[in-house]
Design a protein around this ligand. Structure first.
Ligand code: SF4
Ligand code: ZN
Ligand code: ZN
Length: 316
C-alpha cells in the first residue's frame, strides 16, 4: 500500500524525510525545498534589494542547484546574479565541472567567469602539492585549495563589484565543519561559520550560504527532479582528508539517529549567538603586512602559504 503525501494529502509520497517524519510527493517536495531556501534567505537577510551576488559554482550538484534557485529568485528579490568557477588545476578532475557550470549559466542567462589558480598564482594545485611535498610541508591539499580558492573568489568579487558571494555549502558540509573545528579546538572558526559572517571589512566580500539548512541527499533529489545534469568525478585529494572520515561518521549517526546533522548545525548557531557578545568583539581584523588584505593575523594565510612554499604570488 502506497503512502499518501503528508502535505497535499492527495498524491502518493515519493520521499520520506526521516528526521521530520514527513512523506512528500514530488510536487510538494519541490515546493517545500524551494521554500526552505527562500525562508533561509529572508530570515537571515542573506540577499537584499539591489545586491550583486557572485555565485561560486564548482559544477557539482550543490552549486548547480544553488545557481538554479538563485536564478529563480532574481526577479522576486530584485538582485543581480553572476557566477564564477574556479579551476584549481587538478589533473582530470575539474574540466567537466567547468563545462556543466558554463552550460547551466548560459541556459539561465547568467554571466559566468572561469578563473584559475595557474593564472592567478602561477601554479596549479597539483604543482603546489608537489612543491609542498618536496619541502616537507605537511598541510593537506584541501587546506591549500580552500585558502587559495577563497582568496581568488574574494578578489574576483571585488573586481566585478559584487557585494555578496553565495556558496553552495549544505547541511552536511556545515555539520562536518562544526565537528572538524571542535575536534581541532578552533572556536573562532566555529563562530565565523554561520549562515553569513559576523564580521565585515571593506575588502572582504561577505559569503552567504543559502543551502546551510538543506541536507545533501535532498539536493541530489531536487537536482534529479529538475533534470540538472550531474557528474560524479571525485577530486583525487578528497579521500586523504579528515572531512571524508567525519562525513562517513556523521552519515552513520544520521542513519541511526535521524536529525543529528540538523542538531549539530543548530547547536553551532546557538553557540554563535552566545559568543557574539564575548568572542566576536575580540576578533581583530588586521591588514596583512604583505598583501594588504584583511586578516585576523599579521600575515594572511595566503601570504603565509606562499612564504612556506618559497614562491611569490603574482600581483592581482
Ligand atoms: Fe580542493 Fe580538496 Fe575539494 Fe579537491 S577535494 S577540490 S583539493 S578542497
Ligand atoms: Zn503532496
Ligand atoms: Zn597577505
Amino acid at each position: 500500500m502506497s503512502i499518501t503525501c503528508s502535505h497535499c494529502k492527495a498524491r502518493p509520497a515519493f520521499f520520506l524525510r526521516r528526521y521530520s517524519g514527513e512523506a512528500l510527493c514530488k510536487n510538494c517536495f519541490i515546493v517545500n525545498f524551494e521554500k526552505r531556501v527562500y525562508r533561509t534567505i529572508k530570515k537571515h537577510e542573506l540577499i537584499t534589494w539591489g545586491d550583486k551576488v557572485l555565485a561560486a559554482v564548482s559544477g557539482g550538484k550543490d552549486s548547480l542547484v544553488l545557481l538554479h534557485l538563485l536564478a529563480k529568485l532574481r526577479k522576486k528579490l530584485k538582485f543581480e546574479l553572476i557566477a564564477i568557477t574556479v579551476d584549481e588545476g587538478v589533473r582530470g578532475y575539474r574540466s567537466r565541472g567547468i563545462e556543466l557550470a558554463q552550460n547551466e549559466a548560459r541556459k539561465l542567462g547568467i554571466e559566468h567567469f572561469v578563473v584559475s589558480f595557474k593564472d592567478a598564482y602561477g601554479f596549479t594545485l597539483d604543482e603546489i602539492v608537489e612543491i609542498a611535498q618536496k619541502r616537507g610541508i605537511e598541510l593537506h591539499p584541501c587546506s591549500f585549495c580552500g585558502i587559495l580558492r577563497r582568496r581568488l573568489i574574494n578578489e574576483t568579487a571585488l573586481k566585478v563589484g559584487a557585494n555578496k558571494v553565495a556558496t553552495a555549502h549544505n547541511l552536511d558540509d556545515e555539520a562536518q565543519t562544526v565537528v572538524i573545528n571542535l575536534i581541532r579546538g578552533d572556536l573562532l572558526k566555529v563562530v565565523r561559520l554561520g549562515v553569513k559572517p559576523p564580521i565585515s571589512h571593506e575588502k572582504f566580500v561577505p559569503r552567504i550560504k543559502p543551502l546551510r539548512y538543506t541536507p545533501e541527499n535532498e539536493i541530489a533529489v531536487y537536482a534529479m527532479l529538475k533534470r540538472i545534469e550531474l557528474y560524479d568525478v571525485e577530486c583525487p585529494y578528497i579521500r586523504l582528508a579528515m572531512r571524508d572520515e567525519i562525513r562517513n561518521f556523521l552519515n552513520e549517526l544520521e542513519e541511526k539517529h535521524p536529525g543529528t546533522k540538523h542538531s549539530i548545525v543548530s547547536s553551532a548557531d546557538k553557540l554563535v549567538q552566545e559568543l557574539k557578545a564575548t568572542v566576536v568583539p575580540k576578533i581583530q581584523i588586521k591588514t596583512c603586512k604583505i598583501c594588504g588584505m584583511p586578516s585576523t593575523r599579521e600575515i594572511c594565510r595566503t601570504c603565509e602559504l606562499f612564504k612556506q612554499l618559497g614562491i611569490s604570488k603574482p600581483s592581482p
